[in-house]
Design a protein around this ligand. Structure first.
Ligand code: SAH
Length: 391
């Protein structure tokens, strides 16, 4: 099998599964893009099998510490194993669940989400993209779904030289699906919605955040289909406003609210940066503000700008929160470390002249497990801060 010799001190010797271009000592056997290759250390000792893409910064991604081919059986076994892990997560609805999460499930670049009788597949690496048919067959065998939708519209594919595409790869195209989440009705559009349909990683956080909402005036920024806003309203919030710049997201939020009998929520289609500015100059006050923005940066280079953006919305939110109020805030970019994010919150609190007390942390749901040796598998950090009255 062709392969690569990896330089000493590369991250693979610290438990990571990726080999960057700068970590390659030499290649042998002339591998082609998308091939399975073998990795070796400088003493010719085997390090395992990987998928190869010389066009990506991450030239090799290991998927096995052994000699392993990528065939239908391999995908069947890995999906079975991933499914077994989820079946052990008793509090997670198995019908609304991420079944495979890339490196964390030994399937680099493969994301499989289950939405009731339909399955959504993403292939974010060249090696896996070339094997869509095999993966699709393995999914069909394991789940016998009504349909499999390929949602390859993630911008991450560009780094692998792959263009976007969304299509049905097996079975029937789903009509609009109505899903029940904690007694609230959500409508998904698996062919056209954001992400693969819903933000599955946040599903268990909706209820946790809604515990702060009873009787309160709530502002849910970046509401998407209204996940937090709807749960807050159902938990008895006094008033709820949900803001998002996407018109389809706001219309689904409205539809979800109507179907769930939560009609009092005010939905605003606007840029959160402008909306917060307007509310702040109108001296509005809130008891609970939720900030769940998209990833402001996809690379380390724009980290500074991202942090500036985060700080602006945090500063405005903190100024509008009543003493005793709660700020719930998330970052979903793995380039923004927990430390950098908390420093930004602290700086915003200093500028807003507010004293904060962290009361809770939130993470991506357990169907998006984290491999501690691969920090990139951890991307969602969330915090609840209480605004202390002056003392
Ligand atoms: N809280 C949501 C997920 C938010 S995802 C949930 O749990 O379901 C981020 C959302 O921010 C997306 O819906 C996107 O449309 C929206 N968005 C992105 N930039 C925005 C901006 N500048 N102003 C308002 N909304 C924005």
């Amino acid at each position: 099998m062709p392969g690569l010799v990896v330089k000493p001190r590369a991250r693979i010797f610290h438990g990571h599964d990726w080999v960057y271009a700068s970590e390659i000592k030499k290649s042998f056997g002339n591998p082609s893009p998308g091939d399975v290759i073998s990795l070796k250390d400088f003493k010719d000792r085997p390090l395992g099998s990987a998928i190869y893409n010389p066009a990506s910064q991450i030239v090799a991604r290991r998927f096995s510490r052994r000699k392993q081919v990528l065939d239908r059986d391999f995908f069947g076994r890995r999906i079975e194993r991933a499914l077994k892990y989820r079946q052990g997560l008793s509090r997670i609805d198995q019908e609304l669940c991420r079944i495979a999460w890339s490196e964390s499930d030994g399937l680099p670049g493969v994301v499989i989400d289950r939405y009731g009788e339909h399955v959504v597949l993403q292939t974010l690496t060249l090696g896996m993209n070339q094997r869509i048919d095999m993966i699709s067959e393995a999914i069909s065998e394991t789940f016998s779904p009504k349909g499999i939708i390929l949602r390859n519209d993630s911008p991450m594919r560009a780094a692998e030289g792959l263009s976007p595409e969304t299509r049905l790869i097996a079975g029937e195209a789903p009509s609009q699906q109505h899903l029940d989440i904690n007694g609230i009705s959500f409508t998904t559009d698996l062919m056209g919605g954001q992400k693969t349909g819903l933000y599955l990683d946040q599903l268990s956080n909706y209820r946790l955040v809604a515990e702060y909402a009873s009787g309160q005036r709530v502002l849910d920024c970046f509401t998407n289909q209204g996940g937090f806003a709807l749960h807050c309203a159902a938990a008895g919030a006094g008033q709820v406003i949900g803001v998002d710049s996407s018109s389809p997201a706001i219309s689904s939020a409205k539809q979800n609210a109507q179907r769930s009998g939560l009609d009092a929520i005010q939905w605003i289609e606007a840029n959160v940066f402008d909306d917060l500015k307007k509310r702040e100059s109108g001296a509005e006050e809130f008891d609970l503000i939720i900030l769940d923005p998209p990833s402001f940066t996809r690379n380390k280079r724009s980290l500074k700008d991202a942090l500036r953006g985060y700080k602006e919305i945090h500063l405005r939110a903190l100024k509008m929160l009543n003493p005793g109020g709660i700020l719930v805030t998330f970052t979903c970019s793995h380039h923004v470390s927990r430390k950098a994010f908390l420093e930004m919150v602290r700086d915003a609190a200093v500028d807003a002249k507010r004293t904060l007390r962290q009361s809770q942390t939130f993470a991506q749901r357990a169907d998006h497990p984290i491999n501690p040796s691969i920090p990139e598998t951890e991307y969602l950090h969330g915090f609840a801060f209480e605004i202390l009255p002056a003392w």
